[in-house]
Write a protein that binds this ligand. Sequence first.
Ligand SMILES: Cc1cc2nc3c(=O)[nH]c(=O)nc-3n(C[C@H](O)[C@H](O)[C@H](O)COP(=O)(O)OP(=O)(O)OC[C@H]3O[C@@H](n4cnc5c(N)ncnc54)[C@H](O)[C@@H]3O)c2cc1C
Length: 428
Amino acid sequence: MNRRNFIKITAGVTAAAMTGCTTIPTRTENKRVVVIGGGAGGATAAKYIRKTDQSIEVTLIEQNKHYYTCFLSNEVLGGWRNFDSIKFSYDGLKKYGVKVVHNRATGIDPVNKLVTTQSGTFHYDRLIVSPGIDFKWETIEGYNESVAEKIPHAWNSGFQTALLRKQLEAMKDGGRVIITVPRRPFRCHPGPYGRASVIADYLKQHKPKSKVLILEASEKFAQQKLFIQAWKKLYGYGTDNSIIEWLPFSEGGEVIRVDAKKRTVYTEPFEDQHVGDVLNVIPQQKAGKIAFLGDLVDETGWCPINQKTFESERHKDIHIIGDAAIASPMARAANAANSQAKVCALVIVKALRGEEMVPPFFINACYSILGKEYGISVAAVYHLEDDKIKWIRGAGGISPMDGSPELRKREVLYAHSWFKNLTYDIFG
Ligand SMILES: Cc1cc2nc3c(=O)[nH]c(=O)nc-3n(C[C@H](O)[C@H](O)[C@H](O)COP(=O)(O)OP(=O)(O)OC[C@H]3O[C@@H](n4cnc5c(N)ncnc54)[C@H](O)[C@@H]3O)c2cc1C
């Protein structure tokens, strides 16, 4: 599928979501939707419900005053992008009439349809939960929430991203950065390799004797051929002078222990140890904590949903979107969360009106910027088949291996434009 068709389908999804605007029956008056989590999924859902039907009261419960995107946060780590450029406020949502409450949701009562927060309770007719991820701290000995304040994961953005950047800046020339990649599934599968690339670029420019070591808990990774091709071109990968080294599980890549004082990680299966000057330890992941408190997760640690409605398989009238939901084959990505949110918003408006849902499409696009003029991407379009999300064969696509330097350069521009459009769609 070419880019023009992809954009047409993308526009179609939004248009389908907006068909709800044409008639606004009074039946939905006094109906209350509460959204937990004002990230890529939750903020979009809150905005689109109000855009579609202004008679529905929408309350967004978000623990932070500002949202820092993970997407394109790797550029901040490379020093290519200003930290403030990934910071967004919730003022844009207020103009749609979304009531924004800055507080942490601490519980969900599915029987009485209540959300509790640190300072009060909120009644809902429908609840959307989009809390993102939490970490399985117990899978790495010696690593926990307080150690992460010194050894960042930077897999949630904000403080963590700023901390990792500061450590990279403070590192001496000749230092070693270690990035540890957990078992799948985790948020944004290409993310660690995009991160290794921008850090390698920063080291090449400013600390040329330094190296990046990636320790991988699996045998292969997303878009591996494209990444390796870029690393060979840009960072000497495969030569004695390579800035990047990558070790898969079979070569001792899975981290099981961290010694923060010694700045050392210990790996399986050979009980190797690696000392780094900057450690970026990314632990295994699961759904955000409130999903556990609300009894929305199954034994996988993620939330099972009806993929047609995003309604929880465990509790009625609660919908889960974004990284916390089991929406495979869709990736855990901001673009996917945004697309699911629009569909979920329309599902809820239609349900509150007693109307039939239209057949939805979903999209996702992920950009990785591997050098200042070197980008790659993967995009996919999905629909429902037998009430399950299915990838549409032949739609979407991945950057070609034989892409020209001009194409790689253009992909960086597309990535920046995608970021502007997506963040406007979420918060603007
Ligand atoms: C390095 C990196 C690069 C990435 N690059 C891309 C990319 O190029 N493209 C892409 O599409 N995706 C990318 N992603 C993935 C993307 O960031 C996530 O998939 C996306 O943010 C998921 O959206 P979400 O709504 O599920 O969660 P989030 O965006 O994390 O939002 C969750 C929100 O819920 C709030 N919250 C949680 N619990 C509570 C509670 N109890 N009470 C109140 N508020 C709560 C949090 O504060 C947060 O604001 C990347 C991720 C990383 C780490």
